[in-house]
Design a protein around this ligand. Sequence first.
Ligand code: 5AD
Ligand code: SF4
Length: 389
Amino acid sequence: MNQKKLLYIETFGCQMNDRDSEIMRQLLANAFEPTELINDADAIIVNTCSIRGKAEQKAYSLLGALRKRKKEKPELIIAATGCVAQQEGAKMLSRMPHVNLVIGPQNIYQLPDLFVETQRQGKGLVATEMVKSFRIPPFLPSIQDGHPYKRFVTIMQGCNNFCTYCIVPFTRGREISRKPEDILAEVNHLAAGGVKEVTLLGQNVNSYGNDHPVASRTGFAALLRKVAEIKGIERIRFTTSNPNDLSLELMRCFAELDKLCPHFHLPVQSGSNTVLKRMNRKYTIEHYLEKVATLREFCPGIALTTDLIVGFPGETDMDFQATMALIEQVRYHSAFSFKYSNRPPARACDFPDPIPREEKERRLAVLQQRLQEITLERNMEYIHGIHRF
Ligand code: 5AD
Ligand code: SF4
């Protein structure tokens, strides 16, 4: 008879969180097996995202709804992990006393111990301390648990860019790159298990290795080349990149590495230089377009995707029109677009001239309508076998 208990994980947010959820499932695999049914679970992990207000509300509403479940089943363990957990820490426990564990992204490796401790002590515990010396432990993924052919490999955590709208540097901390040998060991292990496609993950992969000593540093382009040498791996992708840090060397990889999928996710955020400046993006649209042109030179047919924010504080109608003009110029294959959302302590919360909600919604609807049309046009090009640039 199977003695294992059942674990349910709900994951919000980005691929980093998806990968963290896999890791947590694996860390608890001795005692728990996964279930898709939240009502059957003996333990529930809510892996939260705080990138926009809406993501945070979703996490809180799920955690709030679990209060009733905990009353019915007091031995149920409820853990809140991820970025909201990091941001709220002990506040989350006082707001949601039915939650057993509040665990930040750097602390997930303590999960098995924390599960034991919360039961032993019979009280809620918080593990959200972030230390400068933190290193992502070498951790080989389970081959059985996960997609048979495609996997995510986290290569770094955190971000040093401090874009003024963004909460990530506060929840994920400063950039910490994994050692190249740990990453290569992980990809080798996946390849030996039959995995064909890996996506290398980081908030800003272009600055991979910048926190390692110069003498022994492997940069991102060099890392890609090493991953491409691994037998069995047929397709390599990566995300995400800040256009400011995008190097010529990395762009050249698209011309030279057959295994690199011809897709680049290059978040632009706005088409207006004044807005970009206030966002602290550190590039101009002219620089951005130069990089787009170089990428297309190295890799004709490359699919470009992006992220866009409308309604940043002080965004004028002219600024918005500049974003509309940019999407006509680049003709993105697809794009994620969002209404600006205040995320304290990010600096833009204090910027003047907030845009009213209705106006943000209007701009987003106009933008998304046109983005969808362009995506359709792009897809039609594939159907007809024509690539226009
Ligand atoms: N408001 C709206 N969108 C945001 N993003 C990040 N922070 C915010 C915010 N405060 C968007 C950016 C980023 C993507 C992951 O989420 O477009 O690239
Ligand atoms: Fe959300 Fe950013 Fe945290 Fe990912 S890193 S979960 S996108 S806040």
